[in-house]
Design a binder for this molecule. Structure first.
Ligand code: OFO
Length: 167
């Protein structure tokens, strides 16, 4: 892995940990709104993002390099409703998808075939990340973003369990 590739991967590790941080903050906000199901969903997402970061971190080590951990920003986004929160999730995931695609382009330019193979997993994962957020937004809209409908969506979000490592 050359230096340009390593610099780019280090930035992506930071972005994945930043995502984790954002979702843990959203989990706290949902706890404050007494939406324990959505808080659970966000906490699982925090775990997933930590896994995404660590998978890249481990790859760098396996390639004989030393990852560098950059500083994270304090999550500042707030929301007034579950709909607003998941719209923020979708927007954030679209941004991360672009970062992954940019990283893939570096891997192609640098002819880093091992990195390209690894990033195929992330490219697929981003399709799933956006799909999940869109599906939740649809459910919240159908439920009217309040009352009993939202209560049922929250209960559904509470059923999300941690995926086995690697999924
Ligand atoms: Fe790591 O996929 Fe979300 O951000």
């Amino acid at each position: 892995m050359n230096q340009r590739m390593l610099d780019a991967v280090n930035k992506q590790i930071q972005a994945e940990f930043q995502s984790a941080y954002i979702y843990l903050s959203m989990s706290a906000q949902f706890e404050g709104m007494k939406m324990s199901g959505a808080a659970n969903w966000m906490r699982i997402q925090w775990q997933e993002e930590t896994f995404h970061a660590t998978k890249l971190f481990d790859h760098v080590i396996r390639r004989g390099k030393t990852p560098v951990l950059f500083q994270l920003d304090q999550p500042t986004a707030t929301f007034d409703s579950a709909l607003e929160a998941f719209e923020q999730v979708l927007e954030h995931e679209r941004h991360v998808t672009k970062l992954i695609h940019d990283l893939y382009e570096v891997a192609v330019e640098e002819k880093d075939y091992a990195m390209q193979t690894l990033l195929h997993w992330y490219i697929d994962e981003q399709v799933e990340e956006e799909e999940n957020a869109e599906a939740i937004i649809d459910s919240i809209r159908l439920a009217g973003n309040s009352g009993q409908g939202l209560f049922l969506v929250d209960r559904e979000l509470g059923l999300r369990a941690a995926a086995p490592a690697g999924e």
